[in-house]
Design a protein around this ligand. Structure first.
Ligand code: ATP
Length: 514
């Protein structure tokens, strides 16, 4: 299935089964804001749990925090967000549509790249090259469209680093003949800076209300609390503080479903270290985070590291973990070496000392920070895209039929087990209920008695339930049930009293996080 086909399918699947709904849908929705339905909230909670276990539970020197979304406005002056948290925007004067100038160029690069892949596929078929072979890759790179993609990429990077980057970005758009996807015209405005923070007013009295911001990242709540946490937990460097929480950004282009939202959730960990050790910790966390994504089943061939050419105002090194979503290879997580920028600025703006006292060297200094920052919603989308599959399988009638299956890692699946009585009578439902009553203390379990068993399997394949247990007439005699695995569709007959062990063995976090 190609990209254009698969992405709309994933979006409608997510809606049809209750993973994700458009916010305020009955009022025609609110752009780039989404609600998670009954299955979505389970998958989301499981991703959070997997992150918290890997970061906090598995590291003696990392603790959690849950800081408020609203903070003193000076926090955002100190952090640089008031002055520098901007995106370059450009308007098309004919369609009146607004775009992010750099994203417009990136999309053009992507178009060239997609064409380059098509060219290479055609050539490979003619020459009998393997996809991914040396000849194939070389053609991909040196073919006409591959060269165009590379050239435009270089020009984009130069423009982003130029002193007057706004003019430089506009020049690239004009020179590369980029047209508005709606109007098809090249009638572009100047490029302007647009601040991404949402503003609100704190306090009810007119005149004395204070302008505040909805936090655009969780990290600042961690920085302003780092000494509170360090002193009360008596931790020594290096140590980390992990936080999961909502963040808000007034994104200019908010498309691609839950990839770019205006309200989203982040899972960020700030790791406080001695100055000078940032290089080794940066490499350590890059590797840890790559492993985490892969342990949960993301396809390694769809992941790569991407070095930032243009560094944010706070960073001395930054690398993204990118994932190949159905619409292209994009940032999933950022690993940032933030130096002492944030703590240093908060020290300056608050007038309070934010130094760490090192008991070994008897010295005080402002620690450096290496941050891992991953979007919960983007991780959700990566898993949904990675897991979605359609295949032809034999039906009960002996013909072939299509099944849609979400091959989610069992620890992430919204429901771990579905229990079916073969029929709705003769005591079978009661046995099924007894099995559920035993399992429900540990797992999310669903009872399902409607339709033929084959249809129930299809329903649970579609929502990613890894195990289905069927109670039939023989169960009444031998106390055995059929347990069926989602991906292989393999069935085992096991004693009822072994069901819990069977599931537990396969959902053991030890096997996931080791
Ligand atoms: P992008 O370049 O895609 O705008 P970013 O580099 O600004 O992202 P960070 O500030 O590093 O993102 O935020 C850390 C993580 O938060 C990102 O890797 C991403 O997974 C997630 N994230 C950022 N912005 C959004 C958004 N608008 N919607 C959903 N997730 C987001």
């Amino acid at each position: 299935m190609n990209y254009d086909e698969i992405f709309p399918k994933i979006i409608s699947h997510a809606k049809e089964y209750g993973f994700i709904f458009q916010s305020s849908e009955i009022y025609d929705g609110l752009s780039a804001v989404y609600d998670y339905g009954q299955l979505g909230v389970e998958l989301k909670n499981n991703i959070k749990m997997a992150w918290w276990k890997a970061m906090v539970q598995m590291h003696e020197n990392i603790v959690g925090l849950d800081s408020a979304i609203l903070m003193h406005p000076t926090v955002w002056k100190a952090s640089g967000h008031v002055d520098a948290f901007n995106d370059p925007l450009i308007d098309n004067k004919d369609s009146k549509k607004r775009y992010r100038a750099d994203v417009l160029i990136e999309e053009q690069i992507d178009k060239y790249y997609q064409k380059a892949i098509k060219d290479a596929d055609k050539r490979a078929q003619k020459e009998g090259w393997e996809k991914g072979s040396e000849e194939y890759n070389s053609f991909l790179e040196k073919g006409r469209n591959g060269v165009k993609a590379q050239e435009l990429q270089t020009r984009l990077e130069e423009a982003l680093n130029a002193e007057d980057s706004l003019t430089a970005l506009r020049d690239v758009i004009i020179e590369a003949d980029i047209v508005c996807p709606i109007s098809g015209s090249k009638n572009w405005s100047e490029v302007k800076q647009f601040n991404l923070m949402f503003k609100a007013q704190l306090g009810a009295t007119e005149g004395s209300a204070m302008d505040i911001y909805f936090r655009p990242e969780t990290a600042q709540g961690t920085y302003v609390n780092y000494l509170n946490v360090q002193k009360t937990s008596r931790m020594k460097l290096p140590f980390g503080i992990a936080q999961i929480g909502k963040a808000f950004r007034n994104e200019i282009v908010a498309r691609q479903f839950i990839f770019r939202m205006r309200e989203f959730e982040q899972m960020e960990m700030q790791f406080f270290i001695k100055p000078g050790t940032q290089g080794e910790w940066f490499e350590y966390w890059k590797e840890q985070r790559r492993k985490w994504h892969q342990a949960l089943g993301l396809d390694p061939s769809k992941m790569r590291f991407h070095l930032h050419e243009k560094l944010a105002h706070y960073a001395d090194a930054a690398e993204d973990i990118q994932f190949t979503f159905p619409f292209g290879t994009k940032e999933l997580e950022g690993i940032h070496s933030r130096t002492d920028f944030d703590l240093g600025r908060h020290q300056e703006f608050s007038g309070k000392k934010l130094q760490y006292f090192d008991p070994e060297t008897q010295e005080s200094f402002v620690p450096y920070v290496v941050e891992t920052a991953v979007g919960l919603d983007r991780t959700f989308l990566a898993h949904l895209s990675n897991a979605y599959d359609e295949e032809e399988v034999p039906s009960a009638k002996g013909t072939m039929e299509e099944r849609k299956v979400l091959r989610l890692h069992p620890v992430l699946a919204p429901y771990k087990v579905a229990v079916f009585p073969l029929v709705r009578k003769d005591g079978l439902p009661e046995i099924a209920r007894e099995i559920i009553d035993d399992l429900k203390f540990e797992y999310n379990v669903m009872y399902d008695e409607k339709d033929a068993v084959g249809r129930r399997y299809r329903r649970h394949d579609a929502i990613g339930t890894p195990y289905c247990v069927t109670v039939d007439y023989e169960t009444k005699d031998d106390n055995m049930v059929t347990i069926r695995e989602r991906d292989s569709m393999h069935q085992d007959r096991i004693p009822i009293k072994k069901v819990n062990d069977y599931i537990r063995d396969r959902l053991d976090w030890r096997n996931v996080l080791k």
